[in-house]
Write a protein that binds this ligand. Structure first.
Ligand code: PBG
Length: 336
């Protein structure tokens, strides 16, 4: 008998599978655990600094000593990895993003210090120039646009100083063409064979990045074109498949779809299309929307966070970057 022949009421009552907690647990298709979460941290100069970001509720910029405490807490909660972003002092920014390739820059020092204090947590670092440029763009300019190949030359150097500082995963988030192959080549040349590359492959030009740009101070003067000449057009999904194919062919170990919740269709298509781990990013704007609405009494914060992150898993994410990682891990452990 076919399933459809059986599927008539009352032989089939779908509610039987839902009638008790144990039944739902037994047949659940998707599970969210701390293993699925990556906690982003913003690192700033100083000591004992925990600075809140008004547009990103619950997120703080941390000096390295404080970031070490959070790294330890994340590790204790079972979170496998952190994504580190630097908040660069304005005096160190220029139009070329030169500070990005300084082996003693804030992010390199943070990587080394956290790795020493909490050696078993994975560290993922963005490779892109936006925290380091006065204009807030991910690359350098030639005329009125970000130039591809010269930017890739700088990104390769940036990836190398990060890897040499102890970063486990370099994560080009700049959307230049050919950067994955170039970064892979230099890592191999230097014998850094275990450094992973997580390519932000399907990264869309999105207004949802607003609060992140407040947090790192890169909002400044993006100009009328914004990042639309290098980040993807929100209207496209075939293009996402081309992007991930190219990055995998160039040597990426993992790929990323970003933003997350408004782009779960892209995530589902990409995970069906490739056989490398696909990560997704619940970006600052989507996180902030949920936090601000919850703070206004619209819904329960912990419940919407878990539901949204479960939706990423359902769409096929191997792991999720979320500012709520530690909160969610605490809730999953029954500690909140
Ligand atoms: C920088 C970068 C951005 C984000 C991660 N890396 C912003 C941007 O591309 O302008 C956004 C993350 C978020 O919004 O949470 N290349």
């Amino acid at each position: 008998m076919t399933t459809s022949a059986l599927g008539s009421f009352p032989a089939t009552r779908m509610r039987r599978l839902r009638a008790a907690t144990w039944r739902r647990r037994l047949v659940r298709e998707t599970i969210l655990t701390a293993d699925d979460l990556v906690q982003p941290l913003f690192v700033v100069e100083g000591k004992g600094v925990r600075q809140s970001v008004p547009t990103l509720p619950g997120v703080t910029r941390l000096s390295i000593d404080e970031a070490i405490k959070d790294a330890q807490a994340a590790y204790d909660l079972g979170i496998p990895a952190l994504a580190l972003f630097p908040v660069v002092d304005a005096s160190l920014k220029d139009d070329q993003g030169r500070e990005a390739v300084n082996p003693k820059n804030l992010l390199c020092r943070a990587v080394t210090a956290i790795k020493k204090a909490v050696p078993d947590i994975g560290l993922i670092c963005d490779v892109a120039l936006d925290p380091y440029t006065v204009h807030g763009h991910d690359g350098i300019f030639d005329g009125d646009d970000v130039v591809n190949d010269a930017t890739v030359d700088v990104l390769v150097k940036q990836a190398l100083v990060l890897a040499e500082a102890g970063c486990d995963v370099v994560a080009p988030s700049d959307m230049m063409d050919g950067r994955i192959a170039a970064v892979r080549r230099v890592l191999e040349d230097r014998g850094l064979v275990n450094t992973m590359i997580m390519a932000y492959s399907a990264k869309y030009a999105s207004a949802f990045y607003g609060p992140f740009r407040d947090a790192v101070g890169s909002k400044a003067t993006l100009g009328p074109k914004g990042k639309h000449t290098y980040q993807m057009d929100a209207a496209n999904t075939d293009e996402a498949l081309r992007e991930v194919d190219l990055d995998i062919a160039e040597g990426a170990d993992m790929v990323m779809v970003k933003p997350g919740m408004p782009y779960l269709d892209v995530l589902a298509r990409v995970t069906a299309h490739v056989n490398v781990p696909v990560l997704a990013y619940q970006v600052s704007g989507e996180y902030a929307m949920l936090m601000i609405a919850a703070a206004n009494g619209a819904f329960d914060q912990a419940a919407v966070m878990r539901e949204s992150l479960l939706a990423f898993k359902r769409a096929g994410a191997a792991a999720i970057f979320t500012y709520a990682a530690m909160d969610v891990a605490r809730a999953l452990a029954g500690k909140s």
